[in-house]
Design a protein around this ligand. Structure first.
Ligand code: PMP
Length: 360
């Protein structure tokens, strides 16, 4: 077996210990003679997995009983529509901060359900920074303020929250569980699983309970209503059982490895090593305002664009997989989520130095 260092932005590398445990339990989960994929979602066994996943996530993130944890299908992109459909009932607008591809997609989708106030945007500077909070246009009569704290494609991350009484709704698809946050400052946090949580197929919502009252069950598709999902413990219909099981195993791995605080230190060290390698060279560069560089997704380009395809071919051959930037922006991008070990970033930095020596 030879596993590579996988820098894919998502679906992304999973902790090896989790894959091994899933493999060991695949044919016979806990002596039940079936795999999790083959169990009724209503069985005591699966309900125990779902309950465990919620309890572990609550412990890891410090989620109080003021919030519901929901498992939904349709990904974070589905939630781009589901959120305004649920939360705008009784309101006629929602505020969005536009910091890149993902926030733009979210606000474009929201426009199908409500008026959108763009409270701030960095589009004019090619999404290389975050709007100055003192210039934000937040309409306090809106249903919520939506933010994207980590832009997976652009590599922009910010964790300060704007001053507002609106519930803040945060798409944390690509940085959930990577750093400590105060959940009580948010109305809702959501994330597709396939980066820091588990395999694709499930998305997680952490919703403050008072916001569930906004779901208008008469108007919403049954499986879309946050209130209905909460009432039915995310099992209105068959949930993505295997993805939820793997998320529980990832949460267990996080707990065994010091939780979010330890991950944060690990992630700071990995990102520093990589950004230093980029900054200490005139061969590589990263265009993002240094205050807002992402710890999770590190885009970089070569001074000589023609060498990019050589870099990608050689890095792939060296066991450093999937370093191409998103198809919309090109260049390179190293996604270094929780499951990426320091050794992977060290191997990448060593490769970059060697490549520079050979081609500069
Ligand atoms: N938001 C962010 C920040 C993302 O990175 C992604 C996926 N890369 C999405 C939303 C969309 O997620 P999904 O594919 O689960 O719809």
């Amino acid at each position: 077996m030879s596993r590579v260092y996988n820098f894919c932005s998502g679906p992304a590398a999973l902790p090896e210990a989790v894959l091994i445990k899933a493999q060991q339990e695949l044919l016979d989960w806990h002596g039940k003679g079936v795999s999790v994929m083959e169990m009724s979602h209503r069985s005591d066994e699966f309900v125990s997995i779902l309950t465990s996943a919620k309890a572990r996530l609550s412990r890891l993130m410090g989620i109080s009983s003021d919030y519901e944890i929901l498992f939904v299908q349709g990904g974070a992109s589905g939630l781009f529509a589901q959120i305004p459909a649920n939360l705008c009932h009784g309101f006629d607008k929602a505020c969005y901060i536009d910091t890149g591809t993902w926030s733009s997609k979210a606000l474009k989708e929201a426009k199908k359900y409500t008026d959108v106030v763009v409270s701030g945007s960095t589009k004019s500077i090619n999404y290389t920074s975050v709007p100055d909070f003192s210039t934000l246009n937040i309409d306090e009569a809106a249903a919520y303020l939506h933010i994207t704290p980590n832009e997976t494609i652009g590599g922009v991350e910010y964790m300060d929250l704007p001053q507002t009484d609106l519930p803040i709704v945060a798409d944390m698809s690509s940085n959930i569980l990577s750093r400590a946050i105060d959940v009580s400052k948010y109305g809702m946090i959501y994330a597709g699983a396939q980066k820091n949580i588990g395999p694709a197929g499930v998305a997680i919502c952490i919703v403050r309970k008072d916001l569930l009252e906004r779901s208008n069950d008469d108007a919403l598709p049954t499986t879309w209503s946050f209130a209905n999902l909460a009432k039915n413990d995310s099992m209105i219909n068959t949930p993505p059982t295997f993805a939820i099981y793997l998320a529980d195993l990832v949460f267990e791995w996080l707990e065994q490895n010091g939780g979010v605080a330890a991950m944060e230190q690990h992630n700071i060290a990995k990102a520093e090593l990589l950004y230093q390698a980029i900054d200490n060279s005139s061969f590589y560069s990263n265009p993002i305002d240094v205050r807002y560089r992402s710890r999770m997704n590190v885009p970089f380009v070569l001074a000589d664009e023609k060498l990019e395809s050589v870099f990608l071919a050689e890095s792939e051959a060296a066991g450093l997989s999937t370093l191409a930037g998103h198809r919309s922006v090109g260049g390179m991008r190293a996604s270094i989520y929780n499951a990426m070990p320091m050794a992977g970033v060290e191997a990448l930095v060593a490769f970059m130095k060697d490549f520079e020596q050979r081609y500069a």
